[in-house]
Design a protein around this ligand. Structure first.
Ligand code: PLP
Length: 420
């Protein structure tokens, strides 16, 4: 098929060209005296992305799922109680893993489209006076439904009840895109991966652990081998790894951390919000459809789950978008299969790039008999983006969002244009 594939699944995300190029490296001896230089370039950058000074980052050759396992097995013992809310496929899968690892999971089942229910968490913690709950698990951004939860609120619930449970957060689809604060929110284990906000291929599990969480490894009885943080700590102290590290991905990470630093984390967070608002304008105002998130407070700035009208099948829209327009949209998972399609808008992205998702989804919906007004999504997104100041990361050279003003000062002399 001519033309490029437009990738709008909420991970893996688009890889910037310079990150792609940085990974074209010959393999090296990962036990050479030079190798630690690479490791040492990565850790400070990761700490910045987690917004931590006190936490310790870890890099595993795995995906995010591996770090779910690392977080739990290095801190807990069989039969330990953990508290977790379930409101989508990813919060469900972490709960499922904990059950399979012989933990006693106290599940708060919530409607899909909502997030961590703070009051219920607070009440449960208050009622747990003998501190049976050893950890609270929270999925910061539920990728299956496009819902972001208030992690600062979970920390408040823990503090108000003076509960000593550890706070474990899944930030797989929020790190490096939605505001995430490891130190300020008193997070003990933050679980992420390379293929979302970090703009890399899948293959690195990224974890950050608090000192309190790390201390727990001395008493935690759950079995662990590959994901034993102790082995990592011993080797990382000298810049090495307990097994063969994913070298090319690590070179990619050096570059993506550089890009994140250049744009600035605050600007990145602002850019993701601005882009997400444009997508929500397209869905709600333009197409007149609903998003899966039940209230504005749950809206995710990295993924929008678009509910298709009764009688339509989201899977048909996804298939049509892919087969006919070469646009990859995210599927509805588990309980919401067929009911929605997802637009991932995280990582290396700008307005016009994102227009391809909106236009592609709109054409695919029309082809599938969904009666949206042609052009309405693009019009609503453009209306939003043109009338709101663009975040710093989207302003190129002098040609910022105020086109008229910069056009005058940046236009080339006529002779230069003619010669070109
Ligand atoms: N948690 C969330 C919120 C996710 O979106 C995903 C994957 O999309 C995972 C966990 C699992 O991560 P991985 O597929 O990298 O193992």
């Amino acid at each position: 098929m001519a033309g490029r594939n437009f990738l709008f699944v909420p991970g893996p995300t688009n890889i910037p060209d310079r990150v792609m190029r940085s990974m074209m490296v010959s393999m090296e001896d990962h036990r050479s005296p030079k190798f630690p230089e690479l490791t040492r370039q990565l850790m400070p950058g990761l700490k910045k992305v987690f917004r931590t000074e006190r936490g310790t980052p870890f890099i595993f050759p795995s995906s995010g799922t591996g770090c779910w396992e690392a977080a739990v097995t290095n801190t807990l013992s069989p039969g330990d109680r953990v508290l977790a809310a379930r409101f989508g496929q990813f919060s469900h899968l972490w709960i499922d893993m904990c059950t399979r690892l012989d933990l006693d999971v106290q599940v708060i089942d919530c409607e899909w489209g909502t997030g961590v229910p703070l009051q219920q968490v607070a009440d449960t913690l208050k009622a747990d006076t003998d501190h049976k709950i050893k950890a609270v698990l929270a999925c910061h951004n539920e990728t299956a439904t496009g819902v972001t939860s208030d992690i600062a609120g979970v920390r408040e619930a823990l503090d108000e009840s003076k509960h000593p449970a550890l706070l474990f957060v899944d930030c797989v689809s929020s790190l490096g895109s939605i505001d995430f604060r490891f130190d300020d929110w008193g997070v003990d284990m933050a679980v992420s991966g390379s293929q979302k906000g970090l703009m890399l291929p899948a293959g690195l599990g990224i974890l950050c652990a608090s000192q309190k969480a790390l201390e727990m490894r001395h008493t935690a009885q759950l079995k662990r081998a590959y994901f034993d943080l102790n082995d990592m700590l011993v080797q990382n102290a000298n810049g090495y790894f307990p097994y063969t590290p994913a070298l090319s991905l690590m070179y990619g990470l050096v570059e993506s951390l550089k890009m994140i630093d250049e744009e600035g984390l605050d600007n990145i967070v602002a850019r993701h919000h601005y882009l997400a608002e444009g997508v929500r304008a397209a869905v709600i105002k333009g197409w007149g459809l609903k998003v899966c998130a039940k209230e504005a407070k749950w809206y995710s700035d990295t993924v929008t789950a678009v509910m298709v009208p009764e009688g339509a099948n989201g899977a048909d829209v996804i298939a049509r978008a892919f087969n006919r327009y070469n646009v990859s949209l995210g599927a509805g998972l588990s309980k919401v299969a067929g009911k929605l399609f997802r637009i991932g808008h995280l990582g290396d992205m700008n307005e016009v790039h994102l227009m391809a998702a909106i236009a592609g989804a709109e054409m695919a919906m029309l082809d599938c008999g969904i009666a949206v007004t042609p052009g309405s999504g693009v019009a609503a997104a453009s209306e939003y983006w043109r009338n709101h100041p663009a975040p710093a990361g989207l302003q190129t050279g002098g040609m910022n969002q105020n086109h008229k003003e910069s056009h005058g000062t940046n236009s080339l002399p006529r002779s230069a244009v003619v010669k070109g």
